[in-house]
Design a protein around this ligand. Structure first.
Ligand SMILES: Cc1cc2nc3c(=O)[nH]c(=O)nc-3n(C[C@H](O)[C@H](O)[C@H](O)COP(=O)(O)O)c2cc1C
Length: 168
């Protein structure tokens, strides 16, 4: 683990642990703080109806209420945002985040976890981050269950490259 760098933050939402795994690996690699988004009302991750419920939340453009943040993203210059892909885009808690927090002027990297169809996830996120400096993005396919070791190494390499490009 490297020394803490209090300008760097990894923000993520994760229903089933994939995005959480990658977020933790990245934060540890560069000494960043972690901010997990927790909806006040969460879907049961084991239920099959999660696909219906989650998918319809996306289609209805829902922005679920989130538990209070433990840190303020405004205090950071270098921010990574990680999301699971739901219905070919970012998950609703990320929609809440993007509408609540102004990332203008921040240096940003994006990552997603998905089942093989990333869809418009990054295109849609970038639409909300027009005034941010987006350096790079990367996707992971089910890192918990498919080639976990390779996924971890890719995450470490990507985040190191982000840091060396931005020097933050
Ligand atoms: C409601 C819902 C919708 C999903 N839609 C997609 C999709 O459009 N494309 C895809 O590749 N995977 C889709 N998935 C699979 C997740 O993106 C994938 O399992 C991801 O790794 C989950 O991340 P998490 O474990 O951090 O929650 C969906 C999963 C859920 C629960």
């Amino acid at each position: 683990m490297v020394e803490k760098n209090n300008k760097r933050l990894v923000i993520y939402y994760s229903l089933e642990g994939n995005t959480k795994l990658i977020a933790k690996v990245m934060a540890e690699e560069i000494g960043a703080d972690l901010l997990q988004l927790n909806p006040k009302k969460e879907i049961k991750s084991k239920s099959f109806s999660k696909y219906f419920w989650g998918g319809s939340q996306v289609l209805m453009k829902k922005q679920p209420e989130l538990m209070p943040f433990e840190v303020d993203p405004m205090d950071y210059d270098f921010i990574i945002i990680g999301t699971p892909v739901w219905a070919w885009t970012y998950a609703p808690p990320i929609s809440t985040l993007l509408s609540k927090v102004d990332f203008s002027g921040k240096t940003v990297g994006l990552f997603s976890c998905n089942g093989g169809q990333n869809g418009k996830t990054f295109i849609n996120m970038k639409k909300h981050l027009k005034n941010s400096h987006i350096v790079s993005h990367i996707e992971f396919i089910e890192p918990l269950t498919k080639d976990k070791k390779v996924a971890i190494e890719r995450a470490q390499q990507w985040i190191r490259e982000m840091v060396s490009k931005t020097k933050i």
